[in-house]
Design a protein around this ligand. Structure first.
Ligand code: SF4
Ligand code: FES
Length: 228
């Protein structure tokens, strides 16, 4: 069954049960997302997708709120744009987003000032290089939860990583901070594939950035295979 509602002043229709994000995209209106990924269950953590719905006091996350008949939705009102800009400014004050071109593009689009907030809560983390497939740099992690979700119920059912800590101390990691080879991780790479910020990076890409040549990486890998 189709429902109809007002989206940025135009009447649109969508299949019943679609979220505002899905309905907007199907009708050619782009709403920015960060924590949302089509392969994972929407969790509404980042709030960059917020929209204004007439009659609702708070802005609503479009990635989880269902479209409904008669709704009046604004996806780019002044309040929405200001809120998205502030979210981006807060994000960039707490983590290194230099390797996230999509978020950098959003920063430009929304006129976000990277220096608006002090960086006293900036996430600092050493690079964890403990397995042959990928490295982890949690100073770039924005806690979108995508990696945890694909490692768990959304794909792999491996449960090698999860959240720990609270507030500014919240971080993603393995149980008891164990090295990856000591966990249930099967090196499937799905977490790396969905990470939007470069916090999880293929080892090869990391080594190339460190200045190693493809030949040197090949020698390293063949030595590893022989040791197996
Ligand atoms: S490591 Fe990447 S995918 Fe995982 S929560 Fe952090 S930013 Fe998201
Ligand atoms: S994309 Fe909707 S809350 Fe993150």
């Amino acid at each position: 069954m189709a429902i109809t509602f007002l989206l940025d002043g135009s009447e649109v229709s969508a299949e019943d049960g679609k979220t505002l994000l899905e309905a907007a995209r199907e009708n050619g209106i782009e709403i920015p997302t960060i924590c949302f990924h089509k392969a994972t269950t929407a969790n509404a953590l980042c709030r960059i997708c917020v929209v204004e719905v007439e009659g609702m006091r708070l802005l609503q996350p479009a990635c989880i709120v269902k479209a409904g008949t008669g709704m009046k939705v604004q996806t780019r009102s002044e309040r929405v744009v200001r809120t998205r800009r502030t979210i981006l400014e807060m994000l960039t004050s707490t983590m290194d987003l230099s390797e996230s071109p999509e978020i950098q593009k959003m920063m430009r689009e929304y006129g976000a000032d990277a220096n608006r907030f002090p960086d006293s809560h900036r996430r600092v983390s050493e690079i964890k290089d403990d397995n042959p497939m990928y490295v982890r740099d949690y100073s770039k992690c924005l806690l979108c939860w995508r990696c945890v979700q694909v490692c768990a119920y959304d794909a792999q059912y491996t449960f090698a990583i999860n959240f720990s800590g609270r507030g500014f101390e919240t971080q993603i990691g393995t149980f008891y901070d164990r090295a990856i080879p000591e966990t249930s991780c099967v090196l499937c790479g799905q977490c790396v594939a969905v990470c939007p910020t470069g916090a999880l990076k293929p080892k090869r890409e990391f080594l190339l950035e460190q200045g190693m040549t493809p030949q040197q990486i090949g020698v390293l890998n063949s030595g590893r295979k022989k040791r197996k």
